[in-house]
Design a protein around this ligand. Structure first.
Ligand code: PMP
Length: 284
C-alpha cells in the first residue's frame, strides 16, 4: 500500500511517526473514515465538516483545506486501486519532541496520516442479509463522544466482550438508555416509526445517521429522535445500526432476545438499499 504521512506519499513499510507523538502517548488525535464505492468517495463533505469540528473543539490547528484533503484521498484511492473500501484519516496534535501533558507551542505541526483500506464486496456484505447480534454493556466512555477522537479502547473492549459471547457488536447503555453502538448509531422501528437517540455530546454525530434520517423522511417514514431502552429494543419490530463502513446494518438480536421476527426487517432493508444507491450516485 502507498500511504500518506505529513505531505509525502510512501510505501507503508517506510511510514513512521515520532514515539513522542501525542496521538501515540495521549490519544490526542482525531480521525475520519470515508467510504469508497466504485472508486469514489461517499459523503466526503460531511466527513470533512465533522473533521473540522473535531479539530476545532480540541484546538488542533491543521492548515489543509477541503480541496487538499480531497486531492490526498483521491490520489491514495488511485495509487492503491481501491474500488470498494475506505480511506482512514488521522490528525494528531504532533509533538514538540518529548512527552508532556501541556500542548506543544503554537506552530508545532500536527501529524497527518492517511491510508486506504480495500474491502472488495463491502456493499454486498452477506452479514446484512442475515442481520447481526448485539450485547449491551455500560457506557463508560468520556462525555465528549461528539468529538471523533482515536480514544477507542473502550469501544474495542466492548467489541471483544461481544465476540467472547459469540455476538457481533455491543450497544452502550447509560442511565438506562442506549447511547450508541461501539462504532455506529442505533435505531429501533416500532409500528412503522424509526426511533433513534437525539444528537448531543453523548453520541457521535454520524454522517450516515444524518443522511439516513433525511432519506427516511423523504420516503415518508416517520422518525422520532429520543432515547430508548434495551427492553424497548427487544420488543421492537426491527433494529439496525448505521455507519460509514457498514451503511445500514440490520440487528436481529439484543442481549439474547430476538428482535421482531429475528431476521432483517423491511425498513432496515429498504433504507440500506436507498442509502447505498444514493451514496453511489452522489459519490465524488
Ligand atoms: N458512533 C461511533 C462511536 C462511531 O465510532 C461511529 C463510526 N465512526 C459512528 C457512530 C457512525 O458514524 P458515521 O456514520 O459517521 O460513520
Amino acid at each position: 500500500r502507498t500511504v500518506y504521512v505529513n505531505g509525502t506519499y510512501m510505501p507503508e513499510e517506510e511510514a513512521t511517526v515520532s514515539i513522542f507523538d501525542r496521538g501515540f502517548v495521549m490519544g490526542d488525535a482525531v480521525y475520519e473514515v470515508t467510504c469508497v464505492l466504485d472508486g469514489k468517495l461517499t459523503e466526503f463533505d460531511g466527513h470533512m465538516a465533522r473533521l473540522a469540528r473535531s479539530l476545532s473543539e480540541l484546538e488542533i490547528v491543521c492548515d489543509l483545506t477541503r480541496d487538499d484533503w480531497l486531492e490526498i484521498h483521491r490520489k491514495l484511492i488511485e495509487m492503491n486501486g481501491v474500488e470498494e473500501g475506505g480511506v482512514y484519516l488521522q490528525v494528531s496534535r504532533g509533538t514538540a519532541g518529548d512527552r508532556d501533558f501541556h500542548y506543544p507551542p503554537e506552530g508545532t505541526p500536527p501529524t497527518v496520516v492517511l491510508y486506504t483500506q480495500s474491502k472488495p464486496g463491502l456493499s454486498a456484505d452477506p452479514k446484512a442479509d442475515k442481520g447481526i447480534k448485539v450485547i449491551s454493556v455500560p457506557d463508560l466512555r468520556w462525555h465528549r463522544r461528539d468529538i471523533k477522537t482515536v480514544q477507542l479502547l473502550y469501544a474495542s473492549m466492548a467489541k471483544m466482550a461481544a465476540e467472547k459471547e459469540g455476538k457481533d457488536d455491543a450497544w452502550f447503555v447509560e442511565d438506562g438508555f442506549v447511547t450508541e453502538g461501539s462504532s455506529n448509531n442505533c435505531y429501533i422501528v416500532k409500528g412503522g416509526r424509526i426511533i433513534t437517540r437525539q444528537l448531543s455530546n453523548d453520541i457521535l454525530h454520524g454522517i450516515t445517521r444524518a443522511s439516513v434520517l433525511k432519506m427516511a423522511q423523504e420516503a415518508q417514514m416517520e422518525v422520532e429522535e429520543r432515547p430508548f431502552t434495551i427492553e424497548e429494543a427487544q420488543a421492537a419490530d426491527e433494529a439496525f445500526y448505521t455507519s460509514a463502513s457498514a451503511f445500514v446494518m440490520p440487528i436481529v438480536e439484543v442481549d439474547g432476545v430476538a428482535v421482531g421476527a429475528g431476521k432483517p426487517g423491511p425498513v432496515a432493508k429498504r433504507l440500506r438499499e436507498i442509502y447505498i444507491d444514493e451514496s453511489r450516485k452522489s459519490a465524488i
